[in-house]
Design a protein around this ligand. Structure first.
Ligand code: AMP
Ligand code: MG
Length: 482
């Protein structure tokens, strides 16, 4: 389907009538460059996230595909397009040549919940920060980010989401995809595109004068409860530490490896975003690495907590002109406790529990993780099988618990499973019988039946690449959201 070229701005387009708040733009031109979007030869709407529209006060029936294309493929609105300036530590090395190289901030709007959101583009053309790149996003890259964000959101991870994905009809050349490959432009809906690297740049350029206004803006919009507190700066850092630790715990429980945890990919709001070579892990393996270019496993699954700690530590340097280093150290010292508490809570949820008596929780968590590690059972399958098989009768009758599991095969594994089931039953017995339906509900809530492993994504992409068949993509999205 090719959409007719509309030459004039359609003022009835609901996206053009949103109440944009130029909050970041008003901070001044030192934080961004004004750019224009590329013109594309084609605009095929491949994904529209109708789930997000109510958040904007819109109903899906009032927003047509053409509205999406005019706003987020042709960029016909009168919004300023701001390529944000930032630096960052990439694989441990400081890089002062970053910035939005293939995207810009298209606009900021307040959600129905009163919070400020960004429309950020990806694949919208070159900017002063493209560094010889083409400013484009491959269609496969767009498809992968849509899927990651929806899957993480379904699992309760605090994440950006994609509002739209439009195929743009250009041939791109990439080293990591069979090329030529198809192009797209995506809209990312996130709490903010300000990164740790946004502050690192100001420090690198010795622009202490720009640090405070930016920090005030961040606190006002994303940490408003701290605004009037005289200690707001150290409290902001301490809360960022906590939010980041909780985010990593959510990734770890989801079995998710982000793969590129450079400080330019770390949000100052503690939200997860920017899904490139990510992967969900199958067999439990702390060394699991998702990016082919991560030769030394710096961003492996198991390293994610310590890497985020390191990223927060680097941020201290940048913020040191505004916040006393000793105060930040005190905030960072809490990282481990925040992480452990959040991770334990997440795994408890995945096991169907809200909380357990202390004598029950720790042994069950330890045994579960040891079981997954030693048997190399599939991490997601273990939890989805538990969810499907769970019966309140387990509490009364241990013989009602199945003695086999798809992901467990050898006699040693079966024996280990027995041991685990005994422990699990003890945990169930520590709850009153009336709570069993809630256990079943939590299992379903935290363990989606569909897990987004690589083969599933590749199969979806093959159908698109070979036959331009998008049905498997839409089917997968529907299953993810169930
Ligand atoms: P990423 O790895 O996607 O977080 O990007 C790291 C940096 O490279 C950012 O500054 C991006 O804007 C830039 N970048 C990535 N891909 C491209 C591209 N195809 N064209 C221009 N800049 C790019
Ligand atoms: Mg990035």
């Amino acid at each position: 389907m090719v959409f007719p070229v509309s030459t004039q701005t359609d003022t009835t387009n609901p996206f053009f009538q949103l109440n944009y708040e130029p909050v970041l733009e008003n901070l001044g031109a030192d934080y961004y460059d004004r750019v224009t979007a590329a013109e594309f030869p084609q605009h095929l709407l491949r994904f529209r996230n109708d789930d997000l529209l109510p958040e904007l006060g819109l109903s899906p029936s009032e927003v047509s595909d053409t509205h999406f294309i005019d706003a987020f493929g042709r960029f016909q609105g009168n919004q300023p397009c701001l390529a944000l300036r930032y630096h960052g530590y990439q694989f441990g090395e400081y890089n002062p040549y970053l910035g939005d190289g293939r995207g810009f901030l298209y606009g900021q709007v307040r959600g129905r919940n009163g919070e400020l959101y960004d429309f950020g583009t990806k694949g919208s053309g070159t900017t002063p920060y493209s560094r010889g790149g083409d400013g484009r996003l491959t269609l496969k890259g767009g498809v992968r980010e849509v899927l990651a964000a929806e899957a993480l959101h379904r699992m309760g991870v605090r994440t950006s989401r994609c509002l739209s994905l439009i195929e743009t009809g250009q041939a791109l050349w990439r080293g990591d995809e069979p090329s030529p490959t198809r192009s797209s432009v995506m809209i990312r809906f996130s709490r903010s595109h300000l990164r740790f690297g946004t502050f690192e740049r100001l420090h690198y350029l010795n622009r202490a004068d720009l640090m405070r206004p930016l920090l005030n803006h961040v606190i006002e919009q994303y940490y408003p409860h701290l605004q009037t507190n005289p200690d707001r700066y150290p409290l902001f850092y301490a809360e960022l530490v906590q939010r980041t630790a909780e985010l990593v715990a959510q990734w770890m429980a989801a079995g998710f490896c982000h793969a590129v945890l450079n400080t330019d990919n770390m949000s100052i709001t503690g939200e997860s975003f920017d899904y490139g070579p990510y992967a969900f892990m199958n067999q439990f393996n702390p060394q699991f690495t998702a990016a082919y270019f991560d030769y030394f496993g710096r961003y492996s699954y198991g390293n994610q907590p310590s890497i985020c700690y390191w990223n927060l530590e680097m941020l201290q340097m940048a913020l040191s002109t505004v916040i006393a280093p000793a105060d930040m150290e005190r905030g960072l010292a809490q990282f481990h406790d925040h992480y452990q508490a959040a991770y334990h809570q997440q795994i408890l949820y995945k096991l169907g529990f809200d909380r357990l008596p202390p004598g029950q929780a720790k042994p069950l968590l330890t045994l579960t993780l040891k079981f997954l590690n030693d048997t190399q059972a599939s991490y997601p399958t273990f939890f989805s099988e538990l969810t499907q098989q769970f019966s309140p009768a387990w509490r009364e009758d241990p013989n009602s618990m199945p003695s086999r599991a798809v992901c467990v095969n050898t006699p040693e594994q079966i024996e280990f499973l027995e041991q685990w089931r005994k422990q699990y039953r003890q945990a169930l017995l520590s709850l009153p019988p009336e709570e069993m339906p809630q256990v079943a509900d939590r299992l379903k809530r935290y363990n989606p039946s569909l897990v987004l492993l690589r083969p599933e994504i590749e199969a979806v992409w093959e159908a698109i690449a070979q036959e331009d068949n998008w049905q498997p993509f839409y089917d997968l999205l529907q299953k993810i959201r169930q």
